[in-house]
Design a protein around this ligand. Structure first.
Ligand SMILES: Nc1nc2c(ncn2[C@@H]2O[C@H](COP(=O)(O)OP(=O)(O)O)[C@@H](O)[C@H]2O)c(=O)[nH]1
Ligand SMILES: [Mg+2]
Length: 441
């Protein structure tokens, strides 16, 4: 997600963070590079220019804060502006749908409406369940244009475990009235209403949608926008906004190879929030759109990056290079493993390292676990240092008698030697993860 912008921005700013002085010249050069990256991400020229102007004005008006390097301060300004562009700092932790409510999704064909209905149903259901509650949720559709569209929604509803209703009418307005009356009569709390999409915005579609919207009076109406489509999708969004109106957008397919230009420009150009984003085809792959988090990700300021920065300061270039070489050759030896342990020791405790790794928060390691982990690392160091270089390079040599000798030398039980070899196998996976996060770049 956002790989394109993240890569651009992190390379622009990582060269910049090493400079202590903020001059008119280097600031201009950075801003030009930022503008180029945004243009390449398919953000319109006007929006890019507006963004750059706002950053510049902010810089001019700002006093230099002592203790903060000017380059850092500049990046902070860019970050703050990005948050503002993307929709501002979040005031709410989550999105709460009122009860009762009709929730309507619209958008072009294939933008992800039906899938999004399933995700929203799951989101509402899941949120309620977390608080020990349940919700009566109904899904219905008036997409009569594609033969299997309504069947698809029926399957989606079944998959999520919510109700589905099919009107006997095939005329959009009549069906809409029928659905609404069923929704009310049966005492449902939420109606998720799927609409028809065309391949392009057309007159008939817009008129039909406008009249249906007047019938169902949705409390929430979302435009589902395929994030793959870039600037072009904003033209579609503008048309929907002017002709029908919506409360917010849901950007779908953010997991795909999108350059994220639409995400960047949507709020600024449409003056409407992006509320959610779809990050996969499954029901649980819907996330709240959080401008702060997105700006951080785009700038490559995620926690991983913090770890990388800490690491780069502390780890000598040569060590990194030699490990990088063996990774590149696909040939990791116990020697590298030993260096890895050293690197980890330099980074701080296992607890500190874990804090930076995404998803590690869910591991719920107790202090005791961490202590045990660190003890284990120390024993491993001892084991490794009682091996010969050849043994470290060719772990296959380690037969029972060698293991015994090594264990003796390290003052540990043979089981520790075996455990180390097991961990070594696992560490190959760890290396893959770090490599994926460009740890060794
Ligand atoms: N990768 C990915 N695919 C998605 C996402 N949302 C929808 N899709 C896929 O996009 C296609 C069209 O989705 P659908 O819901 O049928 O679109 P609709 O015509 O607007 O109702 C389907 O193949 C979906 O699985 C998403 O967030 N990520
Ligand atoms: Mg559909």
């Amino acid at each position: 997600m956002f790989d394109f912008l993240t890569e651009k921005f992190s390379s622009i700013f990582s060269s910049f963070t090493r400079q202590n002085h903020l001059t008119q010249q280097n600031m201009q050069s950075i801003l030009e590079q930022v503008k180029d990256a945004l243009i390449e991400a398919d953000v319109s020229y006007d929006t890019v220019q507006a963004f750059a102007n706002e950053v510049q004005q902010e810089v001019v008006g700002k006093k230099i804060i002592s203790g903060l390097r000017p380059s850092d301060q500049f990046i902070k300004i860019v970050y703050d502006k990005m948050v503002a562009f993307l929709g501002g700092a979040a005031t709410q932790e989550t999105f709460t749908f009122q009860i009762p409510s009709v929730i309507c999704v619209m958008g072009l064909q294939g933008s992800g409406k039906t899938t999004t209905i399933g995700k929203l149903a799951y989101f509402i259901k899941n949120q309620a369940e977390k608080r020990g509650k349940s919700r009566k949720i109904l899904c219905a559709s008036i997409d009569f244009y594609r033969p299997a569209a309504i069947d698809q929604l029926e399957q989606v509803a079944r998959g999520v475990g919510v109700d589905f209703y099919r009107s006997s009418s095939m005329q959009p307005q009549d069906a809409a009235r029928d659905i609404i009356s069923y929704f009310k009569k049966q005492g449902y709390e939420h109606l998720l209403f799927d609409t028809a999409g065309r391949l392009h915005v057309d007159e008939q579609m817009m008129q039909e949608l406008a009249s249906v919207k007047a019938i169902i009076e949705p409390k929430y109406s979302f435009l589902v926008l395929d994030s793959m489509t870039g600037q072009q999708s904003l033209a579609v969004a503008t048309d929907f906004l002017n002709r029908i109106g919506f409360d917010g957008a849901i950007l779908s397919k953010m997991d795909s190879d999108t350059r994220a230009g639409a995400a960047f420009a949507f709020r600024y150009e449409l003056k409407k929030p992006i509320c959610f984003m779809g990050v996969g085809e499954k029901f649980d792959q819907l996330e709240l759109f959080r401008p702060e988090r997105i700006a951080k990700r785009m700038l490559g300021m995620g926690d991983i990056l913090t770890l990388v920065e800490n690491a780069q300061e502390k780890i000598k270039q040569s060590e990194q290079e030699s490990i990088a070489r063996s990774i590149a050759s696909g040939n990791i030896t116990l020697n590298d493993f030993s260096k890895q342990l050293d690197m980890m020791a330099k980074l701080g405790s296992i607890g500190t390292i874990l804090k930076f790794l995404p998803g590690a928060g869910q591991l719920k390691l107790s202090d005791q676990d961490l202590y045990r982990g660190e003890q284990e690392m120390k024993r491993f160091k001892a084991v490794l240092s009682s091996m010969t270089l050849r043994e470290r390079q060719m772990p296959d040599l380690l037969d029972a008698s060698r293991k015994k000798r090594i264990a003796l030398g390290a003052g540990v039980d043979v089981t520790v030697v075996n455990l180390l070899l097991q961990r070594f196998e696992q560490s190959k996976q760890f290396v893959k993860l770090l490599k994926k996060n460009r740890f060794f770049k």
